[in-house]
Every structure is written in C-alpha cells, then in structure tokens.
Design a protein around this ligand. Structure first.
Ligand code: MG
Length: 222
C-alpha cells in the first residue's frame, strides 16, 4: 500500500527548467565550458558541484576545483534568481490535492540548492510539505543519480520503498529513484524524448502533471 509520494521539485512542481538551462548556459559560455542546452536536461538532478565536474571533465579533462565550483555555482544561482518567474508547473497543485485526498504524505527530494525555490514551497503548496522532511542539495553527499537522496527521503518518511512512489521529470532522477527500489512515475515536462525516461526504468510516464493528476488513482492501484 502506498503511504508516501516523493516529489522532485524542478520540472515537476515548478516550471523552472528553462531558467536553469539558461543560467547554466550563461556561465558555461563565460567559463568556456563545452555544452549544449540539451545537456542540462540530461544532467538535471545532479548537484551544482557534480554538474560542474561533468562539464570540466569534458572540457579540460579534470574536475572543477572547490573554488571554481563555489564561484561558478554562485554565479549560476544568482542568474537563476534574477530570471526566475517562480511559475508553478501546471497541474502540480491538482496532483497535491490528489495526494491529500488519498491521505498520503508528500516529501520533496531535490538536488537543488536554491533557497529561493525551497522557501517558496510553503507559499505555493501550503501545508503540503514539511521543511524537516525535505531532502535538498544541502543534505546529500552524492546526490542523484546515486540512490542516496531517495533513500534519505524514505528514511525521513519512515516508509519502505514498496510503500512509496516517486514523481520525476529527469532521466538521472528516475535512475536515482529506481536504484533506491521505488516505483517511479515519469512526467515528461521537458524537450527530451520519452525513451530516455523509459530507458532509466520509469514504471509509468505521463506528458504533464495535469494528466498525472487525472490518472492519479490508476498510479496508486497499478
Ligand atoms: Mg526535476
């Protein structure tokens, strides 16, 4: 029986991925890192530090230094905050209404280290999430795609993997959740083909949070 729904944040609850991609592209230009905008959808879910390691390995065949990570990620966060509209993903509120209607607990498991979005959650989804039960980029050592963040989410919720379901939009997020042994529902809210989400082990896939809300009972009764 499902007791808990673990939600990824960016691209699931907030329509924030285009702004993240823009901000990452800006700092990548500035520091002459090899990238394409699509890379940031494929890398989504990683912490800032490991995203930079991937880009530095590709460009300079070495990891980023601690100072580079701190400076560049800070710049990226700053750009993101300037441009972020804080737009809630269409359908996200409907999904959380379903979660409440079925008396389930909702938790956030995000790689994000963006205080601006994390602080907004209570405003946009009042009563849905408890701060002390959130897993963010500040809590983890490895982050997605490692199973660590979702295992931490299960622990904070006090449930077994079989009692939870994950809602994810990112391929590496799906990989992380599946590796934690949790049934994972993909919502493809970005530009990547469905196949990349299926290939990571998604158990179900919906084209939007709106359609997920409409089919929520089916997810619980699968
Ligand atoms: Mg996401």
């Amino acid at each position: 029986m499902i007791k808990t729904v673990l939600f990824d944040m960016d691209g699931v609850l907030y329509d924030s991925m285009p702004v993240h991609v823009w901000a990452w592209s800006e700092v990548s230009e500035k520091y002459r890192l090899n990238y394409t905008p699509e890379d940031f959808y494929l890398l989504e879910g990683r912490t800032g530090d490991t995203t930079l390691d991937v880009l530095f390995q590709r460009t300079f065949q070495r990891n980023a230094t601690e100072k580079e990570k701190k400076d560049i990620y800070q710049e990226k966060v700053c750009l993101f905050n300037q441009a972020n509209t804080g737009r809630v993903m269409p359908g996200a509120k409907n999904v959380l209404e379903r979660v409440k209607a079925y008396d389930l607990e909702a938790l956030i498991v995000t790689g994000s280290g963006q205080h601006s979005l994390i602080d907004k959650l209570n405003q946009d989804f009042p009563g849905s999430f408890r701060r002390e039960k959130m897993v963010t980029g500040f809590d983890v050592q490895y982050g997605k795609p490692d199973p660590e963040p979702y295992l931490m989410g299960l622990e904070k919720a006090g449930v077994q993997a079989s009692e939870a379901v994950v809602i994810e939009n990112a391929p590496l997020g799906v990989r992380s959740a599946v590796a934690a042994g949790i049934f994972t529902v993909a919502v493809n809210t970005g530009p990547l083909p469905d196949k990349v989400l299926w290939d990571e082990g998604a158990g179900l896939l919906f084209p939007s949070m709106i359609v997920l809300a409409q089919n929520f009972a089916g997810v619980l009764n699968r």
